[in-house]
Design a protein around this ligand. Sequence first.
Ligand code: DQA
Length: 147
Amino acid sequence: KPIFVLNGPNLNMLGLREPAIYGTDTLEDVRKRAEVRAEALGLSIDFRQSNSEGELVTWIQEARDDAAAIILNAGAYSHTSIAILDALQAAELPVIEVHLSNLFRREPFRQHSYVTLAAKGLICGLGAKGYELALEALADLLAQARR
Ligand code: DQA
């Protein structure tokens, strides 16, 4: 089964959006880096983005049967969405939370994330590299689970 790499609202604007915070890589660049890394680790990924909270919830529900794990950058919904948290808890899969920016040197309202309550780990502040590191962590976790 693939790892679902799910991206939330405004991440389609990457590269154009506040480059001082988020850098100039586009989401397509992030996807390519993640694809290359996944292939090197012997993993497959299903990389998606949605601006809609409901669509993210539906994808997380789908992951329960169709994915081995979830990497999630829920964007601003991380800070607001109990619905996404509930879906993650129902999915019963390893979840790694990723954010491009370092939430802890930003506004206080970004310093709480509902996603964290369902996440094995959290990577933030390392840009696109965070997705690669999340894949590495999952490669180990999934190999351990097979043992
Ligand atoms: C983000 C951080 C969120 O606070 C913000 O709303 C985003 C992007 C990040 O990747 O740094 O949309 O998730």
